[in-house]
Design a protein around this ligand. Structure first.
Ligand code: DX5
Ligand code: ZN
Length: 222
C-alpha cells in the first residue's frame, strides 16, 4: 500500500530568536507551519542545554498550534509527565534514554499524548520493530542530536524505506518525521524516501531573509 500522507512542516524553534519566542511562534503559525518542533536538551544526553516545561507551558498559552516536543534528555521517564502537563501534544523520546521503552511509551499514551520514538543516525530500526504498533511517529535523526545547523546525513534514508515496509506489512499508520540539516534540496529526497513530517530550524528561519511562508512552501514542494 502506498502511503498518501500529507507533507507537514514542523519548524524547530531552536533557530528562533529566544528573546521573542511567543512572537516567533506566531510568525510560524501565520507562515503555515503545521506544528512547532521543540528541542529539549539536557546537557547530558546531548552536549547542549535548551528549555524545559515552564517555558513550554508559557508558550502554549500564547498559541493554538500543535507542540511537537523532542526530548533529548536522560533518564527521560521521570520527566514525561511534566512535559505532558506543560502542553506537549506529541512527546518523542530516544530509546537509549529510558530503561524500559515499553513503559515509557505506555506512560505517554496514558497521558493522552501522541508517542514518538527517535532514532539517532547510528541507531537501527530493529530496536523499535516490536513497538511499532504502539507508536504514532518515528523521528529519524539526520544529524547527531545536540545542535542546529549541522550537515544532513543521507545514509539515514534507508531506515525510512525499512520503516515504510514494516508499516505496510503490519498495516500500521505511524508518521515518519525527519530531523536535522533539512534544506530545499534534501527535503525532496526525504519526501521521496517516505518522510511525511519535515523538521527544520536553520532553513526555515535563515533562508530567503527569514521569509517563513516562502521557506515552508519550498520545503513542501516535491
Ligand atoms: C538537533 C535537533 C534538530 C535541529 C534542527 O538536535 O533535534 O531539531 O536543531 O535544526 P536544523 O534544521 O538547523 O538542523
Ligand atoms: Zn529535534
Amino acid at each position: 500500500m502506498v502511503s498518501m500522507k500529507k507533507i507537514q512542516i514542523s519548524p524547530s524553534i531552536l533557530s528562533a530568536d529566544f528573546s521573542q519566542l511567543a512572537n516567533e511562534i506566531k510568525r510560524l503559525e501565520d507562515g503555515g507551519a503545521d506544528m512547532i518542533h521543540v528541542d529539549v536538551m539536557d546537557g547530558h544526553f546531548v552536549p547542549n542545554l535548551t528549555i524545559g516545561p515552564p517555558v513550554i507551558k508559557s508558550l502554549k498559552k500564547h498559541s493554538s498550534i500543535l507542540f511537537d516536543v523532542h526530548l533529548m534528555i536522560s533518564p527521560v521517564h521521570k520527566y514525561i509527565k511534566a512535559y505532558a502537563d506543560a502542553g506537549a501534544d506529541i512527546i518523542t523520546i530516544h530509546p537509549e534514554a529510558t530503561d524500559d521503552i515499553d513503559s515509557s511509551i505506555s506512560l505517554i499514551k496514558e497521558l493522552n499524548k501522541k508517542v514518538g520514538v527517535s532514532l539517532n543516525p547510528e541507531t537501527k530500526v530493529d530496536i523499535i520493530i516490536e513497538h511499532l504498533d504502539k507508536i504514532d511517529l518515528v523521528l529519524i535523526m539526520s544529524v547527531n542530536p545536540g545542535f542546529g545547523g549541522q550537515k544532513f546525513m543521507p545514509e539515514v534514508l534507508s531506515k525510512i524505506e525499512e520503516l515504510k515496509k514494516q508499516r505496510s506489512a503490519k498495516d500500521l499508520d505511524f508518521d515518519i518525521e525527519i530531523d536535522g540539516g533539512i534544506n530545499f534540496e534534501n527535503s525532496k529526497i526525504a519526501i521521496q524516501a517516505g518522510a511525511n513530517i519535515l523538521v527544520s530550524g536553520t532553513t526555515i528561519f535563515k533562508s530567503n531573509n527569514g521569509d517563513i511562508k516562502k521557506n515552508i512552501e519550498l520545503l513542501k514542494s516535491k
